[in-house]
Design a protein around this ligand. Structure first.
Ligand code: 5GP
Length: 116
């Protein structure tokens, strides 16, 4: 499987499409999901062109994991969350819809289900 630089998240990285960015460093960007499954639903992506977990370089994967941890800790405070759900999809059969590696980070509250 190859990386398609025309994917939506690549366009967000290049500034060709808008996104509400909540965090950025030299390796990753985090922005709000356009169809949030919970308030604060955030996506963390590498700046490097990685299709998914099967494709990413180790340094970029580590940066994404650290970025997700940073977002999760912030969500616990900002949303007074009771917990955090982290999900990640690979290839169409794995539920992936946008083919640039991304990790979903979702604040959770006791007794509140995620939107479908
Ligand atoms: P996947 O199923 O690939 O893991 O999830 C892709 C996610 O990207 C979905 O949650 C979807 O709502 C989100 N998404 C799709 N297009 C856009 C967009 O243009 N902007 C933002 N911020 N999120 C998007």
């Amino acid at each position: 499987m190859t990386y398609d630089p025309g994917n939506i998240f690549a366009k967000i990285l290049r500034g060709e499409l808008p996104a509400y960015r909540v965090y950025e460093n030299d390796r990753v960007v985090a922005f709000l999901d356009i169809m949030p499954r919970a308030p604060g639903h955030t996506l963390v992506i590498p700046k490097a062109p990685a299709r998914n977990l099967l494709d990413v370089e180790a340094d970029d994967l580590a940066a994404v994991a650290t970025g997700a941890q940073h977002i999760a800790r912030a969500q616990m405070n900002v949303f007074a969350a009771d917990g955090i759900t982290v999900t990640q999809h690979n290839e169409k059969a794995g539920g992936q819809e946008v083919f640039h590696l991304h990790v979903h980070v979702l604040p959770r509250h006791t007794g509140v289900e995620l939107k479908p």
